[in-house]
Write a protein that binds this ligand. Structure first.
Ligand code: PLP
Length: 372
């Protein structure tokens, strides 16, 4: 298996698996209880919260454990009343809640998928804008947002608004301590950085009030009810610490592998367009659009050859639709139908990228021969 779909989910880190194990058997108590075993579980959550806060650059009291990135995003976008603004390249976990609001505004992007700051300023100038959400790293094409520029616009034009960033794709690539001071709220999801699925984080800066999405027992200081997922929280914190410790080294290693992969594709095939320049995106992203093929057929051949990749197109009413991100970037519709997302991560090796390149080149040649 050649796994190049790390932006969808990256394998769990061994230390995170090991750290979770005790909470599936011995330490099974409900952390909200009043006895000694409950206090043990509570202590594990407190320690995890401190670790997470340290890596994210926020106070422990700002960390709210949720069930996933989608829940973290939805909580902010449903929990702040008033006008809402986001970029057209957001994940659907942000885009759909904003599109569903009568007072939601979606602003355009430049050709790299970066939110257009002039359009953002114009949208923020509408009276009543209460929340603005712009992602830190795009999940499809890997574009890194200039959050400093975004924050400058939002603080100047809509100082009353809560500024949220969906940072689900950021932890492997960006030092989150540089992002935290710019925004009021951030969303994360453990399975994107070597933790388990089904556990996420929302950070809320002091004084930022968001109505809870899930109410009940009042856990997480009334901000997210529901019995804590103790094993998940411990796994998330362990994976985040590891990711933070290895990030600098991994950035160099994976950028070199990504460059080798894309260079070998563009060297062997005509009509392969790198969607976003390398200096504007994260090291693990190798997004290309391939002329003269449809990615549905390409992914089928890759899957047959045990190469895991993704296209990020949605199949609506039987017809392949190009991704909303590529549409926002102004990529030609036919070219967008040939989009291929190969994403690298902590388990990716030289052999993975060489094999993936051979398989993609062979599959594209076969598809082009078939259609000519
Ligand atoms: N936001 C972004 C940018 C993502 O890439 C994803 C997952 O693909 C999500 C939100 C949703 O996260 P989760 O799978 O934890 O719900």
């Amino acid at each position: 298996m050649t796994y190049l779909d790390h932006a969808a989910s990256t394998p769990m880190r061994e230390r995170a698996v090991a750290a979770m194990m005790p909470y599936f058997s011995g330490s099974y108590a409900n952390p909200s209880g009043s006895h000694r075993f409950a206090r043990e579980a509570r202590r594990a959550i407190d320690e995890a919260r401190d670790d997470v806060a340290g890596v994210l650059g926020v106070a422990p009291g700002s960390v709210v454990f949720t069930s996933c990135g989608t829940e973290s995003d939805n909580t902010v976008l449903a929990g702040v009343a008033g006008g809402a603004v986001c970029s057209a390249a957001e994940h659907h976990a942000v885009l759909h809640p904003i599109e569903d609001r009568a007072d939601g505004v979606v602003v355009g992007t430049d050709p790299t998928g970066h939110v257009d700051l002039d359009q953002l300023a114009a949208a923020c100038a509408s009276p009543g804008v209460a929340v603005v959400s712009v992602m830190a790293v795009n999940n499809e094409v890997g574009t890194i947002t200039d959050l400093r520029g975004v924050a400058e616009v939002v603080r100047r034009v809509a100082p009353q608004a809560v500024l949220h960033t969906d940072a689900v794709q950021a932890p492997c690539w960006l030092d989150l301590r540089t992002i935290a001071p710019l925004v009021d709220a951030m969303s994360f999801s453990a399975h994107k950085f070597g933790g388990p699925k089904g556990i996420g984080v929302l950070t809320l800066a002091p004084g930022i009030a968001v109505d809870p999405l899930i109410v009940g027992g009042g856990q997480e200081r009334e901000r997210r009810s529901g019995t804590h997922n103790v094993a998940g929280i411990v796994g998330l914190a362990t994976a985040l610490l590891e990711t933070d410790a290895h990030r600098d080294r991994e950035l160099v290693r994976l950028a070199a592998l990504r460059d080798r992969l894309v260079d070998s594709l563009t060297g062997a095939l005509d009509g392969v367009v790198e969607t976003v320049p390398r200096d504007r995106k994260v090291a693990g992203s190798a997004h290309v659009c391939i002329e003269g093929i449809e990615n549905e057929a390409l992914l089928f051949l890759l899957d047959e050859a045990d190469v895991c990749a993704s296209a990020a197109s949605a199949c609506a009413s039987g017809a392949m639709e190009p991704s909303h991100v590529l549409a926002a970037m102004g990529v030609d519709r036919d070219l967008a139908l040939g989009a291929l997302r190969l994403t690298l991560g902590h388990t990716t090796t030289d052999a993975d990228v060489d094999r993936a390149s051979d398989v993609v080149v062979d599959a594209v040649r076969r598809l082009r021969e078939r259609s000519s």
